[in-house]
Design a protein around this ligand. Sequence first.
Ligand SMILES: Nc1nc(=O)c2c([nH]1)NC[C@@H]1CN(c3ccc(C(=O)N[C@@H](CCC(=O)O)C(=O)O)cc3)C=[N+]21
Length: 284
Amino acid sequence: MTAQLIDGNALSRTLRTDVAARAAALKARGVTPGLAVVLVGENPASQVYVRNKVKACEDNGLHSLLEKHPADLSEADLLSRVDALNNDPAIHGILVQLPLPPHIDAQKVIEAISPEKDVDGFHVASAGALMTGAPGFWPCTPYGCMKMLESIGYELRGKHAVVIGRSNIVGKPMALMLLAKNATVTVCHSATADLGAMTRQADVVVAAVGKRNVLTADMVKPGAVVIDVGMNRNDEGKLCGDVDFDGVREVAGWITPVPGGVGPMTITMLLVNTLEAAERGTPA
Ligand SMILES: Nc1nc(=O)c2c([nH]1)NC[C@@H]1CN(c3ccc(C(=O)N[C@@H](CCC(=O)O)C(=O)O)cc3)C=[N+]21
């Protein structure tokens, strides 16, 4: 048996059509949803990602503002730029591209973003809202993973989900979202004694480590859903995930590809959050 693909590009197209319709409806009421993307320095990967985000905005009727700053921008100057965007009525969402140069305290910058505009969902107020079930923005990558599970009609209640990775931007929020859907959740990480023993029990595996071949076919229960959050390069320089795709697809029931899986969904959920921010800020 070969796993069915969960196509992040196709699902993104569907969801972005809805985003575009909602953006048009807001525009008819005189409000264009606006996203500010702030880039500090010249990290080549960041430049590609940022360009993709801006293009996704343009393609779907959102206004975007790309702010590029030199790598030696001071932390104080970045904080005052964030403050200006907090007070800019044309901007509903603010994204400060990570990683930031080492002389800048990234968490401090994130906490300076108004929670109402924190469309990345990285602010501690957003994290607290997710943890308690209060309204707030969910981090785009795990949110996109949940949409992928929803798209195949997957019932999480009573299932065992294993998350590999415990970052603040993917692993931890992913575990909370799965828990909120009544899955039994195990979070594995670099100190987990026997990763395969955990993943072999999983109905759903989410791999979010940032290392190739973290999940191989022998570690997967037949029929399981496998979601690959990884973004790595192989020896030939090709983009690949954390999952040994060719092996695992022969065992899994469902699998997300890289590229064309979680990546485009991350950008889609950024658009969704930005739209949501604009809708929340617009009186009916
Ligand atoms: N404040 C902040 N928010 C982020 O959301 C954020 C960030 N910083 N820093 C970097 C990471 C990375 N990230 C990606 C999003 C989409 C793709 C994506 O669309 N990937 C395509 C392929 C792109 C390619 O070919 O390189 C795919 O998987 O099909 C990748 C990576 C968002 N990030």
